[in-house]
Design a protein around this ligand. Sequence first.
Ligand SMILES: NC(=O)c1ccc[n+]([C@@H]2O[C@H](COP(=O)([O-])OP(=O)(O)OC[C@H]3O[C@@H](n4cnc5c(N)ncnc54)[C@H](O)[C@@H]3O)[C@@H](O)[C@H]2O)c1
Length: 454
Amino acid sequence: MNFDEQDLGLGSWTRRKFMQMGAASAASLGVMNLAHAEPATTRRTMMDVPFEKRNPRVAMIGTGGRGTSLLGNLLSADAQVVALCDIVKAKAEHAASLVVKAGQKTPELYTDGPHHYEALLARNDVDLVLVATPWSWHAEMSIAAMKHGKDVAMEVPGVTSLEDCWRIVRTSEETRKQCLMLENCCYGYNETLVLRMIQGGEFGELLYGEGAYIHDLREELFSNAGEGLWRRTEHTLRDGNLYPSHGLGPVANYMGIQRGDSFGHIVSMSSPQRGLDKYRKDHLKPDDPRWKERYLTGDMNTSLIKTAKGLTITVKHAVSTPHPYDRINLIAGTKGLFQDYPPRIYFDGMNKNEEWGSLDAWKQYDHPLWKTEGEIAKKVGGHGGMDFIMLYRLLECVRKGLPPDMDVYDAAAWSAIAPLSVTSVSRGSAPVEFPDFTNGKWRKRAISAIATQA
Ligand SMILES: NC(=O)c1ccc[n+]([C@@H]2O[C@H](COP(=O)([O-])OP(=O)(O)OC[C@H]3O[C@@H](n4cnc5c(N)ncnc54)[C@H](O)[C@@H]3O)[C@@H](O)[C@H]2O)c1
């Protein structure tokens, strides 16, 4: 099949057919095309553009739970940390104490209100900024960082609207600065090993995958600290898959999304919302102000993506009902499949009784990063070591002047699931087309550097 010729975003549809039909008649068949948002101006891609080679001076905006944990990993990877920002002074001061404990100079603190990060970004001794604030701040902070000449790495789920997906892409292309999402799950031990097995041809031709963020966050969402101060609000704003990238990022890498294939269209549906209502009833006093809130996000959102090559991906989001933690992390091909939680593998002819096999038998595919840095990663911690591996590799890419493994196009495409799923849910699960943030360049791009490191 010639993918240059065929569908670029509608799965079994072709974009050519779509164009021939005209948007009006395509819309009458129920496929919403939001690609009109693509800017008409000439674009210079950031695909495969390397970091400026240097030992980066790092600043962090947001030193709450995640920021502090990332900071510990950064310091273990010998990053120089020069400035920290948080609206809560005590949090910034605690983070600064970790930097000093690691033998570095006291970093400059920016704690005077929600826009003090702008003063941090105006410094000329910062090269790389990490953003670990509530979701609603990611776009503004990341865009401002690039406009101030800094590379930026923002926490998941990236940005929350389609417009902001385009804004980060355009700003990165215009400023020539990197903007990436810190999707740590792409660096997990199992994820990197399976990615290399796929490259080794063990799964045959890939067919479908599944990812999820199933994590009972009810207690955290109603906490009076940390994410409880802002994340529950997200559940009052929209219904869809609010946090897709932990499950989706690794599957996108397995399938070579933005690297020979791309997301085509999405359909999404949500179950009723009952979990947060029940938790509130069981735990809150009658005069609690949170009784005024109205939760919109369904307890289980299931979204289905069809890729340009016709593969399918299921992405689930469930954070408000009882369930053991699960990212599913499934990939299937013509020869067999892998599924996580717990990790298990099944290949055609592997055994007589249709029993799952162990991933332990495939250690020859251990990722080089885990071979060399696995011990320290496990010691430092952070989701079993994947956080350290991610940051070690990010620093390595900057120090060696390499392109980032995950770039602004990945950040935009993975962020886009949330707003597109919301659109689909609100329209009775109508199919919605993904914009092509790469301007067609995904077709000729090599597979992820995470897979190919020697
Ligand atoms: N990748 C992962 O595994 C992972 C895990 C946890 C959280 N996260 C993500 O990390 C981000 C932060 O989450 P968290 O758990 O640390 O939340 P948190 O509430 O613990 O921390 C957020 C911090 O940002 C600060 N902040 C808010 N507005 C600010 C502003 N305008 N300027 C400066 N600081 C500001 C808050 O005071 C707080 O300290 C979120 O995007 C979350 O989804 C990712």
